[in-house]
Design a protein around this ligand. Structure first.
Ligand code: ATP
Ligand code: MG
Ligand code: MG
Length: 350
């Protein structure tokens, strides 16, 4: 059989590896850590730095296709891999998605709506950006942020210095604060032949910048904007020649769907698809990158609810397991820390 290489060994890599195994593929993880959630289910693991060109080349030669579960990888590493074999999605998707400024410009060029934004390289830039955008804003590092890390909220002009220090005085973007009714994501799979399939859009609730719950069906504010959001997400995928699962996050606002960010990978807000859809995001990602036909993205139940288990909630597992409507997923992480995603629970309903 064939082997899929995965950059990153976290829970997303774990769930990709499980889907790969179901379809008869082996997986080989490449990650700088010694181990991680994907190690339990992947037969091979290479521990090396993303800067290690020789290790990357050896990894690429050991697999039939390379994908990633984590977008904060130096694109030159992905280019090194691409010289040795197939990388899906490709380096351009990674380049755009890992830089908030590039990402917003890319989406604006395609006709998408974003929060007003300005690049910030200095405190001076930040003060000018506040003049232009307003002081109700969020300062975000351009790179490496996830789960709301690397962000500082501003409410008045005097917050500039504190915010600039809080994000470590690095290349950033100031975004106007968007007033939105609800948040949702568009998750699509694009096959090697360009076929695109969408899952239903869940209403996503974030707490402290971290996804807390995803609910299907979403309410009317979201339902009214999904068509327009999908059209944009498809344009993004087509423009990038994308192969695999792509996630675009949106705010449902009075002006229509406002694009927040994209993830060039499977996404936490799609975990509900494991039980809640005919074909889940991990399987369709594997199918896409392996050049197989995509599976049906339709709902397996009329109502689906996913809740993240963050920090130490082990005390709740027995009660979760006692309810037959629940599906418990644990990522095998040894240490529960506050804000750390330890697992999730999906509930199907009528
Ligand atoms: P993820 O884990 O989704 O990658 P992230 O660290 O990249 O998170 P964002 O998605 O940019 O962070 O922001 C996290 C959350 O903060 C959003 O889902 C939203 O709730 C809120 N948020 C972000 N940007 C804005 C904005 N411009 N206006 C209002 N709320 C925002
Ligand atoms: Mg993000
Ligand atoms: Mg986000």
């Amino acid at each position: 059989g064939s082997t899929i290489g995965i950059l990153g060994g976290g829970q997303l890599g774990r769930m990709i590896a499980m889907a790969a195994a179901q379809l008869g593929y082996r997986t080989h993880i490449f990650a700088p850590e010694e181990s991680g959630p994907a190690a339990d289910v992947s037969p091979r693991w290479t521990r090396a730095a993303y800067e290690d060109a020789a290790a990357l080349a050896a990894f690429a030669d050991s697999v039939d296709v390379v994908t990633y579960e984590f977008e904060n990888i130096d694109p030159s590493a992905v280019e090194t891999l691409a010289h040795h074999g197939l990388v899906r999605p490709g380096a351009q998707a990674l380049r755009v998605a890992q830089d908030r400024l590039a990402e917003k410009r890319f989406v604006c060029d395609l006709g998408g709506l974003t929060a007003p934004f300005a690049p910030v390289e200095s405190l001076d830039d930040l003060e000018n950006a506040i003049d232009a955008i307003g002081s109700r804003a969020i300062l975000k590092t351009n790179r490496m942020g996830y789960d709301g890390k690397g962000q500082a909220r501003l409410s008045e002009p005097g917050d500039a210095v504190g915010a600039w220090n809080a994000i470590g005085r690095q290349s950033a973007i100031l975004e106007g604060f968007v007033t939105f009714a609800e948040e949702f994501s568009v998750i699509l799979a694009r096959g090697a032949d360009g076929e695109v399939r969408f899952w239903d859009s869940s209403a996503n609730v974030h707490v402290d910048g971290i996804l807390s719950t995803s609910t299907i069906p979403a309410g009317p504010a979201i339902a009214a904007q999904v068509k327009q959001a999908r059209a944009l997400a498809r344009k993004v995928a087509d423009a990038l020649g994308y192969v695999g699962v792509l996630t675009c996050e949106f705010f449902a606002s009075a002006e229509g769907p406002i694009f927040n960010e994209m993830a060039p990978r499977v996404h936490n807000s799609g975990h509900w698809t494991i039980e809640g859809a005919v074909t889940n995001q991990f399987e369709n990602h594997v199918r896409a990158i392996c050049g197989l036909p995509l599976g049906d993205t339709g709902l397996a139940a009329p109502r689906v609810y996913m809740r993240n288990l963050i920090g130490d909630q082990a005390g709740e597992w027995p009660a979760i397991l006692a309810d037959p409507a629940n599906h418990l997923h644990l990522y095998g992480k040894h240490e529960a820390r506050p804000g750390r995603k330890m697992g999730h629970v999906t509930r199907l309903g009528l």
